[in-house]
Design a protein around this ligand. Structure first.
Ligand code: M6R
Length: 597
């Protein structure tokens, strides 16, 4: 996920407007940033820098591109580490064209090879750089800039929001396919951005582009056309968020926004990795690792993902264990030739890094499953697999957990084979299933009923056990209330003593097999002690008979059901915490990235 900004007008303040917009988009990516402006010169003027926006600001003190028409970008790396060269905007061979892009170009390698063969010189490792060279080809063949951009995009497979400027042309050309792009207008200027906050300080009048639409922004305003060049009539909407709130796109908290971003995060994780028809999984060289044993190391939410991952490998016949990273070094397990997998959203968690280093010291091969390109885990491990969830601002991990579970499914299928046929369609349907659940969730009403409870318990079995742990972690982290997750079968071995009329028990039960039947037995034990039961279920079993409330999830494969059940539990925790007036995005005592052991 990256942030795009574009601007035409602003009477001598285009550069400042772009930088201001980038500061509002930093939550979408913050490992490098850049701007490109066009004036009367024969080339586009560019400044770009690896690092935070302040690094770009410092560079602009030295050299400030001039022009009335410009584009900018803040990056979250997907192809290539965060360096000056990989920062956007990217240019063609002549310097006439500059492009910023958010998304993933799946066929970039083939395009790059083709363009290189016909003499184009590449300066970065990014997928994006094929675009300016394709536009250059179009211009060289006599097309006007608008047609050259259109033609370039017909060559590209994947997702994109792009903005293009061409030297000597007072316009920004933009298009979207499966990545957000919105236009803004005021009396003096027109804007485009990945998200409204980028220009919300200047205007509340916005136009949302749809997939397959092209936009031209110039001194006359904006026009939107379809793929065939026909004009599309668009509605100008008025946003009613104040600029302060706008970074959350109208959501009250980043956590809620990120819960709602899960369909998109999952799509990004799966894109280009699951071959729809044959069910083949594409994870590059990782598919060749063929581990004979797997040890996971992770903390917090990522540890819960690791527990789930260990079950996946076990089911595929590969011995696997999940370790709390902070415990790994004090009692190191025999390593043999196991693959040690560090699951870490940030890639910077000190405990996880330390466990991975310990494994490396003992001769193990290491793999980082992370969200953060260029992070320490990504750099230090022998291999890396990105979950591609996009930046997560809320301290509570939400969309990254969903993406970790999806990514682990891909890894186990690629490394251990197994029966892909049944899980692949479920993975493919998962983004849509999460969306359906989000559209119809009654979690807020459940939170209202139980906001005053003295404690909350969560139970699950098999793939739903990590979800029970995660449900409890989320609840305690943001509501500051006592919450515990248990393997459903363990309840009767002690925790049942805690269960009272004051303690709702959230039971995750999907399907109608042996696992569901046994968990229903545990639910009956709870019910007999008069504790309220909230069943998180797809309705396939009779658990609802013993439940006071139901949180519904779509019917699907049990592994995918865990992701869905967790979304309902995230929502319950969120609404309990909100009703209690907690600091949801920055809970007390906690940090997003824990870089001390
Ligand atoms: O960045 P990591 O995934 O390594 O972080 C690990 C934990 O600190 C993290 O998952 C933490 O438990 C979450 N903030 C909980 O929501």
């Amino acid at each position: 996920m990256c942030g795009i900004i574009g601007c035409v007008g602003r009477d001598g303040e285009t550069l400042e407007t772009l930088v201001h917009g980038l500061s509002k988009l930093e939550y979408r990516g913050y490992d490098s940033a850049g701007v490109a402006l066009t004036g009367d010169g024969e080339t586009v003027e560019i400044s770009k820098k690896a690092g935070e926006l302040d690094d770009l600001r410092a560079a602009l003190e030295e050299y400030a591109p001039a022009g009335e028409v410009g584009i900018g970008h803040t990056r979250w790396s997907t192809h290539g580490p965060p360096t000056d060269e990989n920062a956007h905007p990217h240019q063609d061979c002549t310097g006439r064209v500059a492009v910023v892009h958010n998304g993933i170009i799946e066929n970039y390698q083939a395009l790059r090879d083709e363009l290189a063969t016909s003499g184009h010189t590449f300066r970065s490792d990014t997928d994006t750089e094929v675009l300016p060279h394709l536009v250059e080809e179009g211009l060289d063949s006599g097309l006007d800039p608008d047609a050259a951009v259109r033609q370039a995009l017909t060559r590209v497979d994947g997702s994109y929001a792009v903005a293009v400027v061409v030297a000597g042309v007072d316009a920004v050309f933009a298009a979207r396919n499966d990545s957000p792009l919105v236009l803004g207008e005021d009396d003096d200027a027109v804007y485009l951005a990945s998200d409204v906050p980028a220009f919300r300080d200047f205007t509340d009048r916005v136009v949302y582009l749809a997939d397959g639409e092209f936009a031209r922004l110039d001194g006359e305003g904006w026009t939107v056309t379809n793929i065939d060049g026909e004009t599309v009539e668009k509605t100008v909407d008025t946003v009613d968020w104040d600029p302060e709130e706008a970074g959350k796109s109208g959501y009250d908290h980043f956590m809620l926004k990120e819960i709602h971003e899960q369909p998109r995060a999952l799509r990004q994780c799966l894109r280009g990795r699951v071959e729809e028809l044959g069910g083949n999984i594409e994870v590059g060289d990782l598919g060749d690792l063929s581990p004979t044993g797997v040890q996971f190391v992770a903390c917090g939410t990522s540890y819960h993902a690791a527990l789930y991952g260990a079950q996946l490998f076990q089911q595929a016949g590969i011995p696997a264990q999940a370790f709390l990273a902070s415990e790994y070094a004090s009692s190191p397990p025999p390593i043999g030739d196991a693959l040690v997998i560090g699951v870490t959203q940030s890639g910077e968690t000190a405990d996880t890094l330390s466990a991975l280093r310990e494994a490396d010291k003992r001769g193990a091969r290491t793999l980082a499953v992370t969200n953060t390109v260029g992070s320490t885990a990504a750099r230090e491990c022998d291999h890396v697999f990105y979950i591609r969830a996009g930046p997560e601002i809320g301290v509570a991990a939400t969309k990254t957990f969903a993406s970790q579970l999806a990514a682990l499914n891909l890894l186990v299928l690629a490394m251990a084979g197994g029966n892909a046929r049944d899980i692949v369609p479920a993975l493919r349907d998962l983004p849509g299933d999460v969306q359906a659940l989000l559209d119809d969730s009654n979690a807020e009403a459940i939170a209202e009923v139980y906001e005053d409870s003295s404690a909350y318990f969560f139970i699950g079995r098999g793939y739903h056990y990590p979800v029970a742990l995660e449900g409890a972690l989320k609840m305690k982290e943001i509501s500051y209330k006592h919450a515990e997750g248990f393997a459903a079968g363990e309840l009767k071995h002690g925790p049942l003593a805690l269960v009272t009329e004051e303690t709702p028990v959230f039971a995750v039960v999907t399907g109608d097999g042996e696992s569901a039947r046994k968990t229903i037995g545990n639910v009956k034990e709870v019910e007999a002690r008069n504790a309220p039961v909230v069943a998180v279920t797809d309705g396939a079993s009779e658990v609802e008979r013993y439940a006071d409330h139901v949180l519904r999830v779509p019917e699907t494969h049990p592994r995918a059901a865990s992701v869905l059940a967790n979304v309902q539990l995230q929502l319950v925790s969120y609404h309990v915490a909100k009703r209690l007036g907690r600091s949801i995005d920055k809970p007390r005592n906690l940090a997003k990235s824990v870089t001390v052991e």
